[in-house]
Design a protein around this ligand. Structure first.
Ligand SMILES: Nc1nc2c(ncn2[C@@H]2O[C@H](COP(=O)(O)OP(=O)(O)OP(=O)(O)O)[C@@H](O)[C@H]2O)c(=O)[nH]1
Ligand SMILES: [Mg+2]
Length: 194
């Protein structure tokens, strides 16, 4: 089974733990507790025929934990970076997370996630603004607007990061049709030359 580490980052209270709780356990808590330091969840999913174990790292957004972030990103294949679309100052914070993720020697897939899209009357960040951020900081495709409360687009967010990681790391064998690591010279299933 393929195993990938995914990290979640973003300002305090953007909804990182809530997104994970909806994705992993299909629950939503109006009174979610602040994350102290780092939390961890594991989930198995199937993506385009590949079985994947996702190790999901949830990082407390409070300022005092930020010095720990570079070491927590070690070994990650993907990052979901969240802003709260009802608080525009959370968009300004994205650059701080991107700098650290991009400084990592691994090629980490970045997906931008807008949260709390159920709060339609409180929106402060337009789709155009988030597209601009995606372009400027080399995010994968456009931002995904989600709601952990209703579940809207939550699965899509995790699937996007997984699919992009698979495309980056695996190649389709022309001989047997299975996917194998780009690092290998031969297909691990049928032995055909890469
Ligand atoms: N309406 C609405 N509220 C949300 C949503 N996601 C999270 N919340 C609320 O926002 C608050 C913060 O959510 P958390 O998931 O704890 O945020 P966090 O980013 O993990 O916060 P830290 O761990 O402190 O960094 C909680 O009161 C949640 O119930 C959402 O999609 N819609
Ligand atoms: Mg949290």
């Amino acid at each position: 089974m393929l195993k990938y580490k995914i990290v979640l980052a973003g300002a305090k209270n953007v909804g990182k733990s809530s997104l994970i709780a909806r994705f992993c356990d299909n629950i939503f808590d109006e009174h979610m507790k602040d994350t102290i330091g780092v939390a961890f969840k594991r989930k198995h999913i199937s993506v385009t025929g590949e079985e994947i174990e996702l190790n999901i790292w949830d990082f407390g957004g409070e300022e005092k934990y930020r010095a720990l972030f570079p070491s927590y990103v070690q070994g990650a294949s993907g990052a979901l970076i969240l802003y709260d679309l009802t608080r525009k100052e959370t968009v300004d914070d994205i650059l701080n997370w991107v700098r650290i993720i991009d400084a990592n020697p691994n090629d980490i897939v970045k997906v931008l996630i807008g949260t709390k899209c159920d709060l339609v009357n409180e929106r402060q960040v337009s789709k155009e603004q988030s597209q601009e951020v995606c372009k400027n900081f080399n995010f994968c495709e456009e931002a995904i607007e989600t709601s952990a409360k209703t579940g809207e687009n939550v699965e899509k967010a995790f699937l996007r990061v997984c699919k992009t990681i698979l495309d980056q790391k695996l190649v389709l064998c022309k001989s047997c049709g299975k996917r194998f690591s780009k690092k290998l010279k031969f297909c691990q299933y049928c032995g055909a030359k890469a």
